[in-house]
Design a protein around this ligand. Structure first.
Ligand code: SAM
Length: 249
């Protein structure tokens, strides 16, 4: 266990070193390492969420690699690695790093998987997924066209070649690209959209905050077995912006 941890920490430090220098020469490695420590503490404290006290190695490495400072507005970069959500414009937010980590881990993805994210926002979560499914593909859909456009340009500039950004209402999923090994919804709704359940592969997982605004929302993990039977597990109280669009009314 100790040797395994040393290897993971060593790989994480190497990953951060590659990506921690900002365009103005700023070194983000200290804040990035502090963010990783905060995530690991939260995961260990909430071990019931993942059923273990640590992140899977691919998810830890992805979080250590993705330069979060590139995904937040310039004026908030000083807080990019703080373990809380930040505004990204249009009344939307980039999610808290611990929540990004847990939601990614709950999908139990393999490197060649195809994954759908509903709610691209800044593109940060899509970049983390891109690292985890580095031989697969990430499809992400955003309802605010300006956010989709900016995220698409940013992801291309940063070299995330296996991410496709769509503009539209993610309630409907992406039927032309389905089925998906994993589906993540990063906005909350009263119920899990039926089209997304239909687009989940047998053996796949879907993770999403369920609950209305002003009520407790529950991060919910849905698993579809090989016979297509659905199992739901409520994992954690959370707070997310609402899933919008005509279909949620
Ligand atoms: N994953 C994002 C990131 O890494 O920055 C953060 C997502 S933010 C918490 C939720 C996003 O969901 C917002 O950008 C919002 O515009 C988007 N959204 C809300 N309803 C949507 C819908 N029906 N279809 C697609 N995107 C939607």
């Amino acid at each position: 266990m100790v040797i395994w941890l040393q290897i993971v920490v060593g790989l994480m430090m190497a990953s951060m070193a590659d990506n921690s220098i900002g365009s103005g020469g700023e070194d983000w490695s200290g804040p990035h390492q502090a963010m990783m420590r905060a995530i690991h503490t939260d995961v260990a404290r909430n071990r019931q969420v993942l059923g273990r006290d640590h992140l899977s190695e691919p998810v830890a490495l992805a979080l250590a690699k993705v330069p979060r400072h590139e995904f937040v507005p310039k004026e908030l970069r000083g807080n990019a690695y703080a373990n809380h959500p930040l505004p990204i414009g249009h009344g939307q937010t980039i999610s808290q790093p611990t929540i990004v980590a847990m939601m990614t881990d709950l999908l139990a993805l393999d490197p060649e998987d195809r994954v759908l994210e509903v709610g691209t926002g800044s593109g940060y979560q899509a970049a983390v997924l891109s690292e985890v499914v580095d031989r697969g593909q990430v499809f992400t859909i955003e309802i605010v066209s300006e956010l989709a456009r900016t995220a698409s340009k940013r992801l291309a500039r940063l070299g995330y070649q296996n991410v496709v950004v769509h503009t539209g209402d993610g309630y409907l999923g992406l039927p032309d690209d389905a089925p998906f090994d994993g589906i993540m919804v990063t906005a909350a709704a009263d119920k899990i959209p039926a089209p997304l359940l239909a687009q989940l592969k047998p053996g796949g997982h879907l993770v999403m905050p369920v609950g209305g605004q002003g009520e407790t929302q529950w991060l919910t993990l849905v698993s579809k077995d090989q016979e297509g039977e659905i199992d739901r597990r409520v994992v954690l109280p959370v707070r997310f912006v609402p899933l919008t669009g005509d279909h949620t009314k």
